[in-house]
Design a protein around this ligand. Structure first.
Ligand code: NAP
Length: 249
């Protein structure tokens, strides 16, 4: 798709991968709305980006999502790209009595249910645009789950299946559906799981921009491409490779 003069909402654009995507999209002549819960961090990010519009909201709170959607429709009628990037992940041992269901509930709320909700609420608006896109950020662990982030992996697998179905459901509309699948990336998010060994967020943003321009719908960044290739011939080998590595998200 054409990547200039779009109006883009990045859910979770005040840090990490979302922030780097915002930077590149602004450089390419798009208007970008960044969001996050922490107002101070959001304002600081907007200041650095110069031309971005910051809007504080929590993707897990339906009232805040409703307010956001109304404001976007009123103030940014040209909005045509939604990037679902906000994410939550826990690293823990699945079999040591860590109340996995509570962690799973929170991860599913942020990573999956909130993506469904925001997308469904914005879809009528996006479908009215001549060219539009939804980008869901999943992960390498959507292809082969990691024991380091067990229920997070499951939530990202849900995002993956949902994204495939959304693409299928919208195939004959103006809305293109993309999935960004990063490997371990060096951000605040991945600190607990050795994020400093990950690739820079700038690389993920660059790969996303190139893929959007080329209409590559599933984007296997870095190590994700290797795990994806393995999974095509043997899911067991992909699972083994993922879990032999010191840290993967
Ligand atoms: N880092 C990795 O290794 C890695 C690998 C694969 C996939 N991913 C995925 O990539 C995405 C971005 O991760 P990242 O590493 O860039 O994380 P990050 O640096 O922690 O940034 C996350 C962004 O999302 C916002 N956010 C988090 N929860 C939110 C909520 N409930 N409502 C609104 N905004 C929220 C944060 O702002 P506030 O905290 O102020 O709300 C921040 O702007 C996530 O979906 C993650 O699962 C990350």
């Amino acid at each position: 798709m054409n990547l200039t003069k779009n109006t883009v909402l990045i859910a979770g654009g005040s840090a990490g991968i979302g922030f780097e995507i915002a930077k590149l999209l602004i450089e390419k002549g798009n208007h970008v709305i960044i969001t996050g819960r922490d107002q101070a961090r959001l304002d600081a990010a907007a200041l650095k980006l110069k031309d971005a519009t910051p809007i504080a909201f929590d993707v897990t709170k339906e009232e805040e999502v409703d307010e956001l959607v109304e404001r976007l429709k009123a103030d940014f009628p040209a909005l045509n790209i939604l990037i679902n990037n906000a994410g939550l992940g826990n690293s823990y041992d699945l079999v040591s009595g860590n109340r996995a269901w509570e962690k799973a509930e929170a991860e599913m709320q942020t990573n999956y249910i909130s993506v469904l909700r925001l997308t469904e609420k914005l879809l009528p608006h996006l479908r009215n645009q001549a060219a539009a896109a939804v980008v869901n950020v999943s992960s390498i662990v959507a292809i082969a789950p990691s024991l380091r982030t067990p229920t997070y992996s499951v939530s990202k697998a849900a995002v993956h299946s949902y994204t495939e179905l959304l693409r299928l459901a919208l195939w004959d509309t103006s809305v293109k559906v993309f999935e960004l699948m990063p490997p371990l990336v060096n951000t605040e998010f991945s600190k607990e799981i050795g994020g400093e060994n990950g690739i820079p967020a700038t690389q993920v943003a660059e790969d996303l921009i190139a893929a959007l321009e080329q209409d590559t719908y599933e984007i296997h960044v870095g190590q994700t491409a290797y795990i994806y290739e393995l999974s095509q011939t043997s899911r067991a080998e992909a699972l083994e490779a993922m879990n032999q590595r010191a840290a993967q998200v």
